[in-house]
Design a protein around this ligand. Sequence first.
Ligand code: SF4
Length: 451
Amino acid sequence: MSSLLVEIDPVVQTKDGDPLGSVFIETYGCQMNVSDSELMRGVLGDAGFSSADSIQEADVVLLNTCAIREHAEERVLGRLSQLRHLKTRKPDLVLGVCGCMAKHMSEKLMDRLPYVDLVLGPDSYRDLADLVVRSRNEPSLSVRLDRAEHYDGVDPVRTDGVNAWVTVQRGCDKFCTFCVVPYVRGRERSVRSDEVVRQVEVAAADGFKEVTLLGQTVNSYHDGVCDFPELLRRLSNVQGIDRVRFTSPHPSDFDDRLIATIAEVDEICKFVHLPVQSGSTKVLKRMQRTYSRESYLALVERLREEIPSLALSTDIIVGFPDETAGDFEETLELVRRVRFDFAFMFKYSEREGTVAHREIPDTVPETEKSSRLESLIELQSRISAEVNNEYIGSVLDVLVEGKARKGKGRVYGKSDGFKTVVFTSEALPNTIVPVRITSATQKTLLGEVTA
Ligand code: SF4
């Protein structure tokens, strides 16, 4: 556990005399937020807070939020208005909003929702315990970005799952025109490689066999001494770690050394999530993605040449300003060519504070965005089903995660290539089992344990 000390005002107590009270954290958004919530639990646990099993039991409720899309913020606003009733019944409850939306809306959030006690940006978690205590007396706002904050020495408290998230890089320097991340998470900085190794050793000592390294453009990782391929090699040597994953790399930072490292090192999973965003060079330029359709396709070709078993997924935005029917057709054509294993697909939504919001009018009508998204999902779903069918007859090593929701005696887990595999077995979570694939759906492989 972390040796972090947080100064707490000893006169502040919850109503039942518990000096600090119990905390419930609800997490929205990406894996980075899941990892940050674990870090927040670490900070609060070290300071003496306990963990509540439900919102109803908690003295402190924190929503760790996302700002990437308008819909994500609307969801949290809806949730906060529900929690207002709880706060009316339980006036001593501390209600806090943390993470990207807290930074994105800052004071506006407190002005709009005066019953929120605490608004905390992603670089303020080291002071979380202190700020929670203070917010029992007066509303607290802490959203300053801090280029020096890496959370060195803070150990996360992981709640469930067989994968340990490890944040190796915070912030982003790419400034894609549609994206709010550089403004809410600050500039890119890498956690020292010795600290990353220490964290992975802690995860291994806690029994984790799989780690996933997180960063907004994780493959641009560099701590001044060690770059990303070198970091991957160091982590794959940590005793007890069988699988190393990472997300999300940026296509422009993928070089031949990284490809060779993934190909050569057994522990590095043969799965890459490689966001493309659009298949049109013209649109990519307006998005400021720093690569072209051609260079993206060339990268995919190199990856597949060197790592024939590679599974690939992506992110795609449809309806970016001025995206023509021809541009969209180029996206469909790229998807047909690459044949991703799966994709996260979204309609463009303008985010306040971004370059696109200031300078590029949102021109594609909502109905057109919806119809393009529908066509894309239809195409990708068909491809995902076809790709999954190709696995029938093969044997995959599956890391068991738990009991399957359907079917007595069935468990599910992930293959090296990030496929969800369901099969009948008594294997416990966190064991690796060889499974022969017997059938497939668009989202899942089904199989049986083989010798
Ligand atoms: S690379 Fe672009 S899309 Fe990704 S976090 Fe940075 S600015 Fe956002």
